[in-house]
Write a protein that binds this ligand. Structure first.
Ligand SMILES: NC(=O)CC[C@H](N)C(=O)O
Length: 437
C-alpha cells in the first residue's frame, strides 16, 4: 500500500519540549486506513486504539466535546492548534445545582483518542483541577501531539472521515495495520453502549413531565430541561415509550453516537406514537434523525460531517423564538444527516438548512398537521458553543404546558382509547417505570 509519513511541524516540536510531564519521549503515530501516517509524541494514556478519525473546528470547549457521548468511537482531531491551556475542571456538579450530577457532558471521556498540534501541559483556569494529559491518562484515553493537524484536516476534508489507529509506544514502531484490522465504529450500535440502562428521574417536582429517550444524552440537554422546571424521566433508547405515553406531557429525543440506522426500531416505535399522540415532541441530532426516519425521510452518511461550534443555519420557518429568514450560529457534531427530498412527506416541512453545505438542519410538523414536532440537527443546548437557539427548550416546554392546560380545562384524554395511568411517584433514584397495559 502507498505509505507516506508526515513529520511534525518543527515550530510545534520546539514548543513541546518546554512542557513538563508529557510522555514526550514516547512516540505515537496516527495511521489512517487510506495509507497516511503522522508521527508525533504521546500524551495521556500509554495505550493504542482504533476509531473513526474526525475533525472539529471548535476553538474552545475541548472538555465538553470529549465528554459528549456522540463522540464515542472517534479519534478527535482538533483544528485549533493549542489545546489544554485552561486545563480540565472537576466533573462534580457544583453544590448549588441539583440537576444532572456531572459538570461536563457525561461521566467520562467518550472519544477513543485525541489529536492535538500542541498540547498545553501548563494550564490556568480558576476551575481547573488537572491537565488535559493527566485527565486522558486517568480515563485511559491516548493522545498524540506534535503532528500537523492542518495536513490531517485537509486530508479528512478531501477524502472524508477515515478509519484510523493511534499507535503509542512500542506499537508506534510497528507497521501500519492491515485494512481488515481497522475497527469501524459505525458497524456497532454505539447508542446501546452509552444510553442509560435504567430509567431515572431528575427534578421530580417540576410542573411538566417530560420523557427523554436517551440515545447518548449530553448532560446540558437534561440541564436545559431541568432549569426550565421540567420533571425529566430519562428512559433507555429502546424503551417502549408508546406504552407509557399517557403519563407524560411531552417527549424529547437526545443526541447519540454512530449510524442512525441502528435506531430504526426506535423510529418505527415513534411513528406509532406520532400517529396516535398529539403532545409536543422535540429531538436533537440523533433524536432529530430518528424523528426524520419516523416521518419517512432517509438518513445518509456525509463526507466529513459537521463538527464545530460555528455552523450557520438558516431558519426556513418561524416557530416560537425562531424567526424565518434569520441565520443562527450553532454547535454541531454529526456525521449523518436527513436527505432533503421534494416533496417532503405529508405533514412535514424543512425547518433549517446549513448555510455552508445546504444540508437539512431541522424539520418540523406543518401547522395544519395537528402535531407539534420539531427536530434539529444542531445542538441548541450548546456546551460548548453559542446560545443562539437555546430558547428552543423554552419554546418546547411552553408548548407542553399549553397542551397540558388544554387537557386540564377540557378534562379530555387526547389519546382517546388509551388508558391513562396515575402518575408514578418518582424520586431521584433510578427505578422501573410502570408500563400501561
Ligand atoms: N450528535 C449526534 O447526535 C450525532 C448523531 C449521529 N451519530 C451522527 O453522527 O450524525
Amino acid at each position: 500500500m502507498f505509505f507516506r509519513t508526515f513529520s511534525s511541524v518543527p515550530r510545534l516540536s520546539r514548543s513541546l519540549a518546554t512542557h513538563a510531564n508529557l510522555n514526550t519521549r514516547i512516540p505515537a503515530v496516527l495511521h489512517l486506513k487510506t495509507g497516511e501516517s503522522f508521527a508525533g509524541s504521546s500524551f495521556g494514556a500509554l495505550t493504542s486504539t482504533y476509531g473513526e478519525t474526525v475533525f472539529s473546528t471548535s476553538i474552545t470547549s475541548y472538555t465538553e466535546s470529549m465528554t459528549d457521548p456522540s463522540y464515542r468511537g472517534q479519534i478527535l482531531v482538533f483544528t485549533t492548534p493549542l489545546i489544554g491551556n485552561y486545563g480540565v475542571p472537576s466533573n462534580k456538579t457544583p453544590v448549588d445545582s441539583q440537576d444532572v450530577g456531572v459538570y461536563l457532558e457525561s461521566e467520562g471521556i467518550q472519544c477513543s483518542a485525541v489529536v492535538v498540534a500542541d498540547v498545553a501541559e501548563k494550564f490556568s483556569h480558576h476551575r481547573a483541577v488537572e491537565s488535559l494529559a493527566s485527565w486522558c491518562k486517568r480515563h485511559n484515553v491516548p493522545g498524540i501531539t506534535g503532528v500537523d493537524t492542518r495536513a490531517i484536516t485537509r486530508l479528512l476534508r478531501d477524502q472524508g472521515t477515515t478509519l484510523g489507529r493511534l499507535a503509542v509506544g512500542e506499537d508506534a514502531q510497528a507497521p501500519a495495520p492491515m485494512d481488515e484490522e481497522y475497527w469501524d465504529p459505525s458497524e456497532e450500535n454505539l447508542v446501546a453502549q452509552v444510553s442509560t440502562k435504567e430509567p431515572y428521574v431528575l427534578n421530580p417536582t417540576g410542573d411538566v413531565k417530560i420523557a427523554v429517550l436517551d440515545f447518548g444524552a449530553k448532560a446540558n440537554i437534561l440541564r436545559s430541561l431541568v432549569r426550565r422546571n421540567a420533571a425529566v424521566t430519562v428512559l433507555p433508547w429502546d424503551f417502549d415509550f408508546h406504552a407509557v405515553r399517557a403519563q407524560y406531557d411531552g417527549l424529547f429525543l437526545t443526541n447519540g453516537p454512530g449510524d442512525p440506522r441502528h435506531c430504526m426500531d426506535a423510529a418505527l416505535n415513534l411513528r406509532k406514537t406520532l400517529e396516535e399522540w398529539d403532545k409536543p415532541v422535540f429531538g436533537i441530532c440523533m433524536g432529530h434523525q430518528v424523528i426524520g426516519m419516523a416521518a419517512g425521510l432517509d438518513a445518509y452518511r456525509m463526507t466529513f460531517g459537521n463538527r464545530g461550534h460555528n455552523q450557520p443555519v438558516l431558519a426556513l420557518a418561524s416557530s416560537g423564538s425562531i424567526k424565518a429568514g434569520r441565520v443562527y450560529v450553532t454547535s454541531q457534531n454529526h456525521q449523518y444527516a436527513l436527505k432533503l427530498q421534494d416533496p417532503f412527506p405529508a405533514g412535514w416541512e424543512p425547518f433549517f438548512i446549513n448555510c455552508n453545505d445546504s444540508s437539512v438542519e431541522g424539520i418540523k410538523s406543518t401547522a395544519d398537521s395537528g402535531k407539534k414536532v420539531w427536530g434539529v440537527q444542531f445542538h441548541p443546548e450548546s456546551a460548548g458553543g453559542p446560545l443562539d437557539t437555546i430558547e428552543m427548550f423554552t419554546d418546547f416546554l411552553a408548548e407542553c404546558r399549553a397542551h397540558k392546560m388544554q387537557l386540564g380545562l377540557g378534562g379530555q384524554d387526547v389519546m382517546g382509547a388509551a388508558k391513562v395511568e396515575p402518575a408514578l411517584a418518582f424520586t431521584n433514584a433510578p427505578q422501573p417505570i410502570a408500563v400501561a397495559a
